[in-house]
Design a protein around this ligand. Structure first.
Ligand code: AMP
Length: 267
């Protein structure tokens, strides 16, 4: 497996003309993954852990919108301003806005280190657009990991989640508390509760997930790409489970190509 590459994902977060400060090491068989799962199953945390183990970049559309939120109003397009309003309410941003943003950054999909898409695609239309773009560009997904967790556990995880303002490390008030309340263990930054992790937004987000994202499971199952993984236990347990499932998956997919031809029998 590739070593961890520090990468600030500038190209993804800041737009098509930005370049990553450290390009990931190119891999012969880059992992090109989509992570699915309701908000709160821990996709972001898993994407970070998988990035450290697989070398593939963590690309989160939610992070792009949050980065836009920190920019001066005058730098934002009207579509992005409207997108941030949807986000603040916990609603999905319209497909056209999300797709324009992803398409602008499509160079990241070619990254030799691979990628881990977190939070995208979220609707069938987005999944179709991604499938077409990747096929036009001669790229293929390796697998779509679907993290599964009961709703009650999801609500508990979301409402306790706290994120560092500075380095974006995620803590949990009960399951993974910081050493000092409200302060990031890693960089000393201030921890905050995401606006869309408040109870009134959680319900809207889970409903939006059911309505828009559940059909993606059938979509990717039909394409033979769906890999279900239980999202129970600690982040490290879930990551180990994911890596084991991915390695078995890849071995099975590569097996027919690598298997020796059966011996010829004489007639
Ligand atoms: P996340 O961090 O993935 O939970 O995303 C936070 C918010 O950003 C979501 O609740 C949406 O408002 C918006 N968002 C992120 N990705 C998408 C997407 N692929 N489609 C629509 N809205 C998105």
């Amino acid at each position: 497996m590739a070593a961890h590459n520090h990468n600030d994902r500038a190209a993804w977060l800041q737009g098509p003309s930005a370049r990553c400060s450290a390009m990931p090491e190119a891999s012969q068989n880059p992992w090109r993954l989509v992570l699915l799962g309701a908000p709160g199953v821990g996709k972001g945390t898993q994407a970070e852990l998988l990035n450290a183990r697989l070398g593939a970049c963590h690309l989160s559309t939610g992070d792009v919108f949050r980065a836009a939120k920190g920019r001066p109003e005058c730098d934002l397009s009207p579509a992005m301003k409207a997108a941030l309003e949807y986000m603040r309410r916990g609603d999905l941003v319209p497909d056209a806005t999300v797709w324009d943003m992803v398409r602008e950054r499509s160079a990241c999909l070619h990254c030799g280190g691979g990628f881990i898409l977190d939070g995208f695609p979220r609707t069938l239309a987005q999944a179709e657009s991604l499938r077409k773009l990747m096929s036009d560009e001669g790229l293929a997904l390796t697998a779509v990991v679907n993290y599964e967790l009961p709703v009650s556990a999801i609500v508990a995880r979301l409402s306790g989640r706290r994120t560092c303002e500075n380095c974006k490390t995620v803590f949990h008030a009960i399951e993974r508390p910081p050493k000092i309340v409200g302060v990031c263990d890693r960089c000393g930054g201030k921890l905050y509760q995401r606006e869309d992790d408040r109870p009134e937004s959680i319900k809207i987000r889970l409903d939006a997930y059911d309505r828009s994202t559940t059909p993606l499971i059938a979509f990717y199952k039909n394409l033979g790409l769906l890999l279900p993984v239980a999202a129970t236990g600690s982040p490290e347990d879930i990551c180990a489970r994911t890596l084991a499932a991915l390695n078995t998956w890849r071995a099975q997919k590569l097996a027919p190509a690598l298997a020796p031809a059966p011996p010829r029998t004489r007639a």
